[in-house]
Design a protein around this ligand. Sequence first.
Ligand SMILES: C[S@@+](CC[C@H](N)C(=O)[O-])C[C@H]1O[C@@H](n2cnc3c(N)ncnc32)[C@H](O)[C@@H]1O
Length: 314
Amino acid sequence: MVGEVHISNESSSLTNPTNKTTTAPLHHLPILHPHSLYNLISPILPFQLHFYPPLIITLHFILTHQRFLIMAATGESQPAKHQEVGHKSLLQSDALYQYILETSVYPREPESMKELREVTAKHPWNLMTTSADEGQFLNLLLKLINAKNTMEIGVYTGYSLLSTALALPEDGKILALDINRENYEIGLPIIEKAGVAHKIDFREGPALPLLDQMVEDVKFHGSFDFIFVDADKDNYLNYHKRLIDLVKIGGVIGYDNTLWNGSLVAPADAPLRKYVRYYRDFVLELNKALAADPRVEICQLPVGDGITICRRIS
Ligand SMILES: C[S@@+](CC[C@H](N)C(=O)[O-])C[C@H]1O[C@@H](n2cnc3c(N)ncnc32)[C@H](O)[C@@H]1O
């Protein structure tokens, strides 16, 4: 699902020529170790001061804090931590995101996915749809892991479902769960036209009771190669408790929206939409739980609204 609220961060100032808070020039100021500093200045240091360590320590403090001291003097803001080690986020700016879409995503997007994306764009809840770059990522991931038996929780009009269906082999299967069939039927004619509807088993209704039934039946244990979760965020941990039994060892669960509109790092008093604020704590709790879960290897990707890839290892 595409995020709605964008919490601005300092990284965007690096690509915004009009924003004066850019920290890049200060970032390149050198930092010297005390020993190197001592070696550097010792030839010009009066003899007595060689035995006066506080001088070296003071000079070292000034050098190591120079960028912050200059920033304090000039009123510039402190650089974000990630800029200290090189900024690698893909979410630097809207222009960069647009560049990714136009260069690498839209030209490779299958015609059926483009059609579904355009139909969905006219729907009043279009904010819920999976973004085109995430659809491309899912499609490739499924091919990389040779997925055959999959599940999707949260279908809406079916953009991620179609990207999955197109990636699976002819005899591949997707158990698709959603409380709303009406929206699925918006996309269904396009999915049928793409020739992949036979791979989909759509079930209308809340996912949790169905998962409970499946967990009770051992034949479903370890039976899924891939599961994509993009539904009610307040149930993600409940889903995880069940899905961990249903995905095979070596299989993958993808949890969507795990960066939740960037709101996870917003200050407590930030003006967030009600639903963003409501689900934020659930997403924070999920991220902590996944990071601490020894049964999975994880990778948090800043694709779309953030997707956490979990590979079951035990
Ligand atoms: C963000 S949308 C899914 C977007 C979809 N993956 C796509 O590519 O367009 C979330 C969906 O979850 C569904 N949903 C919400 N609660 C659910 C539940 N308890 N069980 C199953 N589906 C649910 C909603 O009806 C909605 O269609």
